[in-house]
Design a binder for this molecule. Structure first.
Ligand code: ADP
Ligand code: ZN
Length: 208
């Protein structure tokens, strides 16, 4: 099964993606994680991506599409994949269609007004990649799941978060309509506890 996860920054896409990937044994392909890995390793792609990500803008379609195409061509994607953070523009969605058919698009829906707080209070684990909110972990410095060190993502400051949300409304939200018209969109209420959201995801996938 080929799944696309849609949702604003902070909607909980990444968290749901980990759960889905584990339960359905699908490779979790996060373009954000791929860019961050390139930034850490200071590859040419990473150096370029950083100039956009630091400003809360999208990386150019061509480099993003090339990176995803390469990833989807690997053997582990033969029996399906889970895309998290791609596509983010109509052009990217069209590029994806050239590579693979999308079976279902899960739109994790959270009211925009709640996202700013979710993102600025986010802490990520260096080791396992999981993210948590200060509301539930307080000022812990270690990951509750694996004990790894927690950090604040460079683009989770208030100013960058605001432009990421603007970019979502301007460039990504139109994908909801796009996939609705193709008949593959399923809406999931993301304004609930992680386990409740995942239960709804499971229900949707079961009823496909
Ligand atoms: P979030 O969804 O929480 O904002 P991600 O980790 O998915 O964060 O992405 C972080 C940043 O990486 C984005 O703000 C953007 O700059 C870049 N990025 C990720 N995916 C894409 C994409 N498909 N196209 C262009 N840029 C992307
Ligand atoms: Zn961890």
């Amino acid at each position: 099964m080929n799944i696309v996860l849609l949702g604003a920054p902070g909607s909980g896409k990444g968290t749901q993606a980990s759960l889905i990937s584990e339960k359905y044994s699908l490779p979790h392909i996060s373009t954000g994680d791929m860019f961050r890995e390139n930034i850490r390793e200071k590859t040419p792609l990473g150096v370029l991506a950083k100039t956009y990500i630091d400003k809360g803008q999208l990386c150019p379609d061509d480099v993003t599409e090339k990176m995803v195409a390469e990833r989807l061509s690997r053997a582990d994607c033969k029996n399906g994949f889970l895309l998290d953070g791609f596509p983010r523009t109509i052009a990217q969605a069209q590029a994806l269609e050239e590579i693979a058919a999308v079976d279902v698009v899960l739109d994790i829906d959270v009211p925009l007004g709640k996202l700013l707080k979710r993102l600025t209070g986010r802490r990520c684990c260096e080791k396992c990649g999981e993210s948590f909110h200060v509301d539930s972990i307080g000022n812990a410095t270690q990951c509750p799941k694996c004990g790894g060190k927690l950090y604040v993502r460079a683009d989770d400051n208030e100013e960058t978060v605001q432009s990421r949300l603007d970019v979502y409304v301007k460039q990504t939200e139109s994908l909801v309509e796009y996939y609705k018209n193709k008949g593959v969109l399923r809406r999931v209420d993301g304004d609930k506890a992680v386990e409740e959201v995942f239960a709804e995801v499971e229900k949707v996938l079961k009823n496909l």
